[in-house]
Design a protein around this ligand. Structure first.
Ligand SMILES: Nc1nc2c(ncn2[C@@H]2O[C@H](COP(=O)(O)OP(=O)(O)OP(=O)(O)O)[C@@H](O)[C@H]2O)c(=O)[nH]1
Ligand SMILES: [Mg+2]
Ligand SMILES: [Zn+2]
Length: 347
């Protein structure tokens, strides 16, 4: 039998982490589906329905500690019936956002990823500000972010769109594709294959599942049109890992309406390295870039070298991250009002 574990990216790090559990008779398995409290895991014997052990739930600090799609876990897997997950092995990478609403709760959208495909539509989905949010969390995930601009067949001005995206994605690879016509897809296949895990993230209807089907070469995911009532129907409702017949894994996720920050200072510094570099040459090291003398950020804004909207975006994401770091009882409301005022979602 071929080694299903290395096919799924297993390595010496997981071997070492698994050892104490293996001594207790637990088996390694990979989480391939999460839907509310239900899990599905893959082991050397195939797929099993599973649930999270009570002790694990009790010990978990928050949602972020519980099994997520892509996780390697130590599980007790009976001959028949549900498997029980006892522990999550330390993650190599994880894409995490804050759940929508006023609770400071993390939601782990995919783990042990090599590549995050940040998918954006070249139709009305196009939003640089939202892309900055995705990129910040993607850099923070420790996986490699790759920008996929889909629906090239619908683009009004592809060259300009590509240029403005290049300006804000700080060296990440960018591909313009059409999942519909197949145009531009070939280079994406480099991110897929034995030992590799790639996840697709983006708003609803951008074509994530259509891309998955293209990359797999079969209709493994249901795709669908968005309703025009503005509420948006999500076609994909579960986070799911697809085991590829030729080895490797693709994680498809439901579209995200909001992408709020989770702890992501490193990701922020990477996404906004232009502003961070400017800020280093401000006269005062604690410059807030408001009215301080010798402020390099302000100078760049005034010279038109830095766009107001990008500066606002940086401040806003920074504020969201700081909000999370405050003790719960001093937090107040999150930044939702401000976000509305900035025209979140618009170019
Ligand atoms: N014109 C055009 N339509 C596309 C393209 N890719 C996907 N679509 C269409 O866009 C719609 C949404 O595609 P999905 O793949 O279901 O989108 P999704 O990102 O998976 O959406 P959720 O599962 O709701 O998050 C479908 O009608 C697709 O046929 C493309 O490159 N060009
Ligand atoms: Mg989908
Ligand atoms: Zn300054």
């Amino acid at each position: 039998m071929s080694d299903w574990k290395s096919d799924q990216g297993w390595g010496p790090d997981f071997d070492a982490a698994m050892k104490p559990y293996a001594l207790k008779g637990l088996e390694p398995a990979r989480v391939i589906l999460v839907y509310r409290k239900q899990l599905k895991v893959l082991s050397h014997r195939g797929e099993h329905w599973a649930r999270t052990g009570g002790r694990m739930i009790h010990k978990a600090h928050d949602q972020g500690d519980l099994p997520a799609v892509g996780d390697w876990v130590a599980a007790r897997i009976p001959e028949s019936g549900e498997a029980l997950v006892n522990a999550v092995l330390p993650r190599r990478s994880a894409f995490v956002r804050k759940v929508a609403g006023e609770n400071a709760t993390p939601q782990v959208l995919g783990t042990n990823l090599d590549t995050v495909l940040v998918v954006m539509g070249l139709d009305r989905d196009f939003s640089l500000r939202r892309l900055e949010r995705f990129m910040t969390l993607a850099w923070e995930s420790k996986a490699t972010p790759v920008v996929v601009l889909n629906k090239a067949d619908l683009a009004q001005d592809l060259a300009t769109d590509l240029e403005v995206v290049k300006d804000i994605t700080r060296g990440a690879a960018i591909f313009t594709v059409s999942a519909l016509t197949g145009e531009g897809l070939a280079p994406l296949r480099d991110y897929v294959g034995p030992g590799k895990t790639v996840a697709l993230l983006g708003s609803s209807g951008v074509g994530k599942s259509t891309l998955v089907n293209r990359l797999v070469g079969a209709e493994v995911m249901v795709t669908g049109d968005l309703k025009d009532d503005g509420r948006g129907r999500h076609t994909t409702t579960k986070r799911e890992l697809i085991v590829l017949p030729g080895g490797g894994a693709i994680i498809d996720t439901p579209g995200l309406r909001e992408v709020q920050m989770w702890a992501a200072e490193g990701g922020l510094a990477k996404t906004f390295d232009d502003i961070e570099a400017l800020a280093k040459s401000c006269r005062f090291s604690d410059c807030r870039h408001l009215a301080e003398p010798g402020c390099a950020v302000k100078a760049a804004l005034e010279a038109g070298e830095l766009e107001d909207v990008r500066f606002d975006s940086w401040l806003e994401l920074q504020r969201e991250i700081e909000w999370l770091q405050k003790p719960g009882d001093t937090r107040g409301r999150p930044e939702s009002k401000r976000r509305a005022r900035l025209g979140h979602g618009k170019r």
